[in-house]
Design a protein around this ligand. Structure first.
Ligand code: PMP
Length: 407
């Protein structure tokens, strides 16, 4: 699209030069986890190779430098999300831990039996199960906002679920299984009108578009670094300061304390109150490198490029009779989810793999979404900043082969 030179960016990603079964790798599984640019690999290597020491309590320069590098990642996340303060950024292992943290700390403290949590029909399991655990612990109720046949949330039905008992709405910004971009700004305003807090699962949105938690007025926002071209094992929870201050710690251990005696412990300041134990130091440093990398390209440009690819892919898939696309909402990210008549998604994935094309097949950790559309799973092709129209063409060629085999 336009001046976006995906071919040039590809050179930053060493893995894209690999072959699979003797064919050039066509990587179409970025929604599961993005590939890593050399800058991130170098940052992680450097964190272990020349700058490594435990952080936060070191009196010596090596430790202080590592601390500075790690804490610079917090500033980078703050800026990425346009949060007001660095204290509002809590490092977690990933989105999953961020959601569990909110459920166990905020949920167990501030929710009571009979209170309601509203989810949507297109959640990732990680935004369902933590709330079910909480339900079984304290007796909250879970309500589910339905989506229409395009995979978009039905706003009337959503609004009808909101009431005085609604204490939390937790929803994806972008669906990982079918790509719907939810009208989160509107939904947050509706939830706030009902007096509820809102948690946004931003895993698929942060790599896809600029996100501004203050403009959205999100109360909680979570995402994982590995989907943003960064390392696994680290992610961020954003929460408004007043919420974090009122919430008790989630894990206990070193670093999260101010004072400890056997009788009583007092908590460290934000955000360290929520960061027990030695953190993923190299991961944080790689996280910052990933943020710097995408910021230098521009998330708005990445969004435009990926949208153009998705539209191109959508058109090309529409030319194959046996394909049914799942999730056709107008607002969609770089995800194509589909089934092929007479085939199982895993057969399609296996044949594509032989052609070097890596896609994900199955329920994508979103079984209720699959149930909604009456399919056991889908084939999902998802795009990152390094994908090109040639990748889409390779996918379509592979699918033509599948159609031939399954006739
Ligand atoms: N939510 C969404 C929308 C996701 O795409 C994912 C990752 N597939 C998760 C949550 C969970 O993220 P993680 O496994 O990195 O914690």
């Amino acid at each position: 699209a336009g001046d976006f030179d995906a071919h040039a960016y590809r050179a930053d990603f060493p893995v894209l030069g690999e072959t699979m079964h003797g064919k050039p790798l066509v990587f179409l599984d970025t929604a599961a986890s993005a590939q890593k640019p050399q800058a991130v690999i170098d940052a992680v290597n450097g964190a272990y190779g020349s700058g490594y020491a435990n952080i936060h309590r070191g009196i010596y320069k090596l430790s202080q430098d590592a601390t500075d590098a790690y804490e610079a990642a917090r500033d980078a996340v703050r800026e990425l999300l346009n949060a007001a303060e660095r204290e509002e950024i809590v490092f977690v292992r990933g989105a999953t831990e961020g959601i569990n943290l909110v459920a166990q700390s905020w949920g167990r403290t501030f929710l009571a039996p009979g209170d309601q949590i509203v989810l949507t029909e297109i959640e990732h399991h990680s935004n369902i199960v933590p709330w079910q655990l909480l339900r079984d612990q304290i007796g909250v109720e879970i309500k589910v906002a339905p989506v229409d046949d395009s995979g978009q949330v039905d706003l009337d039905a959503f609004t009808a679920l909101l009431g005085p008992k609604t204490k939390l709405v937790a929803m994806p910004h972008v669906s990982n299984s079918i790509g719907t971009v939810l009208p989160v700004e509107t939904m947050i305003a509706l939830a706030h009108d009902a007096g509820a807090k809102v948690l946004i699962d931003g895993c698929q949105a942060v790599p896809h578009q600029p996100v501004d938690v203050r403009a959205l007025d999100a109360d909680f926002y979570v995402f994982s670094a590995h989907k943003l071209y960064g390392p696994t094992g680290i992610g961020a929870l954003y929460a408004k300061r007043a919420l974090l201050e009122a919430m008790p710690p989630y894990h206990g251990g070193g670093d999260m304390i101010a004072t400890v005696t056997f009788e009583k412990t007092t908590w460290n300041d934000l955000p360290y109150k929520f960061e027990a134990g030695t953190p993923h130091i190299a991961g944080g440093i790689g996280f910052k490198a990933a943020i710097d990398y995408v910021q230098a390209i521009g998330l708005d440009r990445i969004e435009a490029h990926v949208d153009a690819l998705r539209r191109y892919g959508e058109q090309r898939l529409a030319g194959i009779n046996s394909i049914r696309q799942i999730g056709t909402a107008e607002a969609r990210a770089g995800i194509l989810s589909f089934v092929m008549e007479g085939t199982h998604p895993h057969d399609v994935g296996t044949i594509l793999d032989r052609a070097g094309v890596a896609v994900r097949c199955g329920h994508h950790c979103a079984q209720p979404t699959m149930d909604r559309f009456g399919v056991p799973g889908t084939v999902r092709a998802s795009f990152g900043l390094y994908n090109t129209e040639q990748d889409v063409d390779a996918l379509v060629d592979g699918l033509a082969k599948v159609a031939e085999i399954f006739g």
